[in-house]
Design a protein around this ligand. Sequence first.
Ligand code: BDR
Ligand code: CA
Length: 313
Amino acid sequence: MRKVIFDTDPGVDDAMALAFLCRRPELELIGVTTVHGNADIDTVTRNALFLKDRLGFSAPVAQGSGVTFLNRRGNTATHVHGENALGNIAIDTPRATLDGRRGHRMIIDLVRAHPNEVTIIAVGPLTNLARALDKDPEIARLVQGVVVMGGAFGSNGNTGNVSPVAEANIHNDPEAADAVFTAPWPVTIIGLDVTQQVVMDAAFLRALGECGETGRLLHDVSRFYHGFHQRSRRLDGIFAHDSLAVLYAVRPDLFTLRHGPVRVVCGGIASGQTIQKPEESPFPIGAWDPHPNQSVAIDVHVQAALKVYADSF
Ligand code: BDR
Ligand code: CA
């Protein structure tokens, strides 16, 4: 079983991804860290504790950063996920309580406690990971792998979702993302290039709603998000986004990857754009060259991806 830290800003698709993770026998959830993003840090942390109650996992939840790596206020996406970021469903006061550590500290502690055994799956802005690297750069050599939902590389015509070139998680903290992508650890980036190919349509969500208490919860949580996709994308369904980062940890064979160093545009009108220099590229580009190759997902087996998710409930 692979030990997993889930770094998240719950968020509807985060909740769907966390529920999926909890169902997979290949993965052992050992910690959840929250980060600003879909809503402010207090809201997403409350949501993580609510999900701990409802999904019944035992891993500790630690509150992470409420501001960006450079201490700016990030954007929120309550118009996408609802005011409470879980589709405006009723949320009882959680019984689960917070771990006393800050998110980045818990990441460092768990990685050091299990050298070369931990995979970090990060599905929000990358602030906690950048802070952990900043405080303890050695952890980059001790992590088995990092899987990120974020970025848009333009393959399959998929560019940004918050600007013509930028995806939300990266746009929300570009400096953190650039630090994470250029660090000496193996990062696999699952961006819009693949996540916008995988649509959980209305029938899929209805069927999920029939799958016990957890299925019903995910169905209810997804309704507001579904409405957003209908209004803004004319899509009768939702993009699977964060669940695909979990899927990669379970079934990497379903993805096609491209390798090469990745940088993030920090500032200006293209802020948050992710650019990969292909491994075979002839261009001597100084900003990319000294950095490690990372893996970017450019294709996914759509039907198989949906089936693995559905069969987990
Ligand atoms: C990403 O942004 C967030 O709103 C979602 O939870 C997902 O992680 C998609 O761009
Ligand atoms: Ca997310």
